[in-house]
Write a protein that binds this ligand. Structure first.
Ligand code: SAM
Length: 264
């Protein structure tokens, strides 16, 4: 098997790490799982015995026969394998109505952050994600306002969920070995009802504008979107930078915009 860089293939070769991830993902008893990128099944074989079912979505057709062999050798029959690019997967058709899922995976590095945000935004049936990602991505997702790693992704994920860094994983447990450490993050969807689509659109716009010029004060970075009057009306100092604002601050600005000419 020749691992593909384009598909982010760093296969897990340490069964203890796979067990640790699977135990964490199943600790609350949620029993329906989605695994993105099962590869040759290192994590799948740890997860399946603890789960009622696993939906495994894999883009690489060459690895799928190996996965089937690995599952058959262990008499594992509760894994449904789909050959599909997860970015094209129809979540509304592909998941059982009314069920709730945990997504557990060693994610390909090139889609990890985008996929996590997309799942939180578009797939409410996924209530929790226990995923291994590059250290830098995991810390960015879990970071707090005012820290070096804090970014638009951090603020968006914080709106939808709470994130904990569960543990770090050394490059030595992968084949091929990546250049960087990995972390397992535990992302739990918040129970609160989400805001309207229009407000969420403005929330996203404000985050994008703020972080696209992260060294500038809000009065400059948000110019043309949220003026100083809007910032004052919600008690946010226009001389701050976006990196100091929590997701609740971005939300306040978006809600003020909805009530203004700009939001109509
Ligand atoms: N779960 C396996 C393990 O831990 O050894 C493999 C993890 S490897 C980091 C990422 C896996 O995701 C690979 O099997 C790769 O082929 C698959 N993959 C990459 N991009 C994908 C995509 N867009 N949709 C579905 N699977 C993808």
């Amino acid at each position: 098997m020749r691992p593909s860089k384009a598909l982010g293939q760093n296969f897990l070769i340490d069964a203890n790490v796979a067990q640790r991830i699977a135990r964490l993902a199943t600790d609350t008893g949620g029993d329906k799982f989605i695994e993105v990128g099962p590869g040759a099944g290192a994590l799948t074989v740890a997860l399946a015995p603890l789960a009622s079912s696993v939906l495994a979505i894999e883009a690489d057709r060459y690895v799928i026969p190996i996965l089937f062999d690995v599952l058959a050798q262990r008499d594992i029959s509760n894994v449904k394998v789909l050959h599909q690019d997860v970015m094209d997967f129809s979540w509304s058709d592909g998941l059982e109505q009314g069920e709730s899922y945990c997504l557990c995976a060693n994610l390909p590095y090139n889609i990890a952050a985008t996929l996590i945000v997309r799942i939180l935004e578009e797939v409410p049936a996924v209530g929790r994600l226990v995923v291994m990602v590059q250290d830098e991505v995991g810390r960015r997702i879990a970071s707090e306002p005012g820290t070096r790693q804090y970014s638009g992704v951090s603020a968006k994920v914080a709106y939808w969920a709470t994130t904990k860094i569960a543990f770090s994983v050394s490059p030595s447990v992968f084949f091929p070995q990546p250049n960087v450490e990995s972390v397992v993050i535990d992302v739990t969807r918040r129970a609160e009802a989400p805001i309207s689509g229009a407000t969420y659109g403005l929330f996203s716009d404000v985050i994008r504008a703020g972080f696209s010029r992260r060294r500038q004060m809000l009065r400059r970075s948000l110019a043309g979107l949220a003026d100083v009057g809007i910032l004052d009306s919600v008690g946010i100092d226009p001389s701050l930078r976006a990196e100091k604002l929590s997701y609740l601050d971005f939300l306040k600005i978006a809600e003020a915009l909805v009530g203004s000419d700009r939001g109509r």
